[in-house]
Design a protein. Sequence first.
Length: 308
Amino acid sequence: GDAAGGDANGGDVAAADLDLGDPVAGDGGGGADALPSGDDDGGDPGSLVTVRECDTPDAAWIWCDDFESDRSSAYFEGSLPPVAGVGVGGSHGARIVFVPGTSGAGGVKIAFGRTPQSYFRPVDDGTQDYREIYWRMVLRNQPGWVGGGGDKLSRATIFASDTSWAQAMIAHVWSGGDGSHYLGIDPASGTDAAGTLQTTTYNDFANLRWLGWRVGQTPLFDAAHVGVWYCVEAHVRLNDAGQANGVFELWIDDQLEAAHTELNWVGAYSAYGINAVLFENYWNDTSPVTQERYFDNLVVSTARIGCR
């Protein structure tokens, strides 16, 4: 979650300050159906996703939640319970309600690979140090949505300490640009240029190296674009030691929106790899009205995921 501060797009507060709800156990199965992303619910016929794609995951996928069963217990923090009829093609999805005066509207945190604390429960075997990941969500804001993008949408990070929530890097995907109608990428390093960890807590802004905000090209949160589904995918590859060759990319509906390919993410730091992704809903100055948006088809992967 997040609150004002930090950089030009707003900063963050510690996760402990946010009430994201309690996990609910769940599991499930069933057959897969490929449908347009939405039909009567604001679908874009050009984007296809598989409603029950988690039943047949790609080999590269670390995590999948299509909300067709309740997978809340897998998240180490937060819960977005499945709601019938609000997802892609009228399937199950997550309903997020923003209320004036309240910044946080709920979200989930997923851990994977080696983590420094048992609290960050990995969904895989917890042995890998991931140097490169992709994460994707399908997003729809209700018709008539106003106020811009609502700030914080997702991030990948390295939790790096066995005693705190210190982070070695953060790959932020959040809204900005004209009217805050666009998504962009805002990479931040929690190490110095050589790779020595500098942060001592979550969102330790005083000790982050901000590597350069880049805004996307599609105003998906303006009046002409809300009400339909968008497939949002991001990609991070950490730099090699001694090189500024790290990557941070953002696609919407498989079209590249923003990119960095010259990042010194973490210097020579190698104690942990990328080990968490947060799918979030945190509006720094809060929503101007009560309004909803919807998530579906969350995937974390070691290879391109795509929207089809």
